[in-house]
Design a protein around this ligand. Structure first.
Ligand SMILES: NC(=O)C1=CN([C@@H]2O[C@H](COP(=O)(O)OP(=O)(O)OC[C@H]3O[C@@H](n4cnc5c(N)ncnc54)[C@H](OP(=O)(O)O)[C@@H]3O)[C@@H](O)[C@H]2O)C=CC1
Ligand SMILES: O=C(O)C1=N[C@H](C(=O)O)C[C@H](O)C1
Length: 270
């Protein structure tokens, strides 16, 4: 069987380099193009050299249209505005679009849903098995515990991360809200500063830490009277997310156009 032909967009980024490595390490996939924005310093560089996996004879380009026309799928860990554009192009090319990008504003899923009429879109704030299993456990814990248990989501990431709360924190918050049968938007508290009203029963709080080189740590805390349950995931290597993205692309290759999550890929009920 032939290999799935993949494009890495944002190829010069932290995840872009991890994705190149993961594609070359998987026998079922090959990298056929690498894309960065117009004017990027890495344009023309070989994507394999950039990722430290040896020369692949694939120079980084700023032309996603041509790249997508000759591919089966795209791996995209960039920024929301870029991912929206790439989704349109993936729909035109009728290919798989794996989106790991986070930092989405409310309502930005709508154009993605439209693109998913033609593309096979798999989007998740976290591509690891562990976090998606954690989300499942959080939903079950939130369903089992009553609102006397306050739910707080705590995350820590490296100093370069620009969005907060992380995509994973929001995914875990959504699982907690689903378990409780409440609307997350109506019950989330995303910042606290100064004197304020005491915590409302049923709220879901988010707290963000940034520093150093932390790959990604998430805890969901259920705090009750006299006892506390903490469910935690710690990512130790960025390749974890990249391997998950490649797995999602291969899974998407056999699907009909649609909007999918990593839980679909992993066969988890989230
Ligand atoms: N779902 C998951 O499992 C994971 C998700 N992420 C998410 O992935 C995203 C990227 O993270 P990270 O790799 O650390 O960030 P980086 O900033 O290192 O990489 C992003 C790359 O995308 C490029 N880019 C931005 N806009 C465009 C565009 N229009 N065309 C082409 N390239 C573009 C950036 O270029 P430039 O620098 O010029 O802007 C940069 O090279 C974040 O949203 C992060 O939260 C990260 C890890 C795991
Ligand atoms: O920016 C990162 O690095 C990560 N982002 C994702 C998120 O926002 O949850 C996933 C992972 O934790 C790393």
């Amino acid at each position: 069987m032939r290999q799935m032909r993949l494009v890495v967009v944002g190829a010069g980024g932290r995840m872009g380099r991890a994705l190149t490595r993961a594609v070359t390490e998987n026998a079922g996939t090959e990298i056929v193009a690498a894309v960065e924005r117009e004017g990027a310093e890495v344009l023309g560089r070989d994507v394999g050299d950039l990722a430290g996996v040896g020369t692949l004879d694939v120079p980084v380009t700023d032309d996603p249209l041509t790249a997508f026309a000759n591919a089966d799928g795209v791996l995209d860990f960039t920024a929301p505005a870029a991912s929206l554009w790439f989704a349109e192009l993936a729909a035109q090319a009728r290919i798989v679009h794996v989106i790991g990008t986070t930092g989405w504003a409310e309502g930005e899923d709508e154009p993605l849903q439209a693109a998913a009429r033609h593309a096979r879109i798999i989007k998740s704030g976290n591509m690891s098995l562990g976090v998606n299993l954690l989300a499942n456990l959080v939903r079950r814990a939130a369903a089992a515990l009553d609102a006397d248990f306050d739910i707080e989501v705590l995350e820590m990431h490296h100093r370069h991360k620009v969005d907060a709360p992380s995509g994973t924190a929001l995914l875990l918050g959504q699982s907690a809200a689903d378990g409780r049968g409440i609307d997350l938007q109506a019950h989330s508290v995303r910042s606290r500063d100064g004197i304020m009203d005491p915590r409302k029963t049923g709220d879901i709080g988010f707290a963000t830490l940034r520093g150093g080189s932390v790959i990604g740590e998430h805890s969901v805390i259920f705090a009750g009277e006299g006892e506390r349950i903490e469910l935690t995931h710690r990512a130790e290597d960025r390749q974890l997310f990249a391997r998950g993205a490649v797995k999602a692309a291969l899974w998407g290759f056999d699907q009909k156009p649609g909007f999918y999550s990593m839980a679909d890929v992993l066969g988890l009920e989230n």
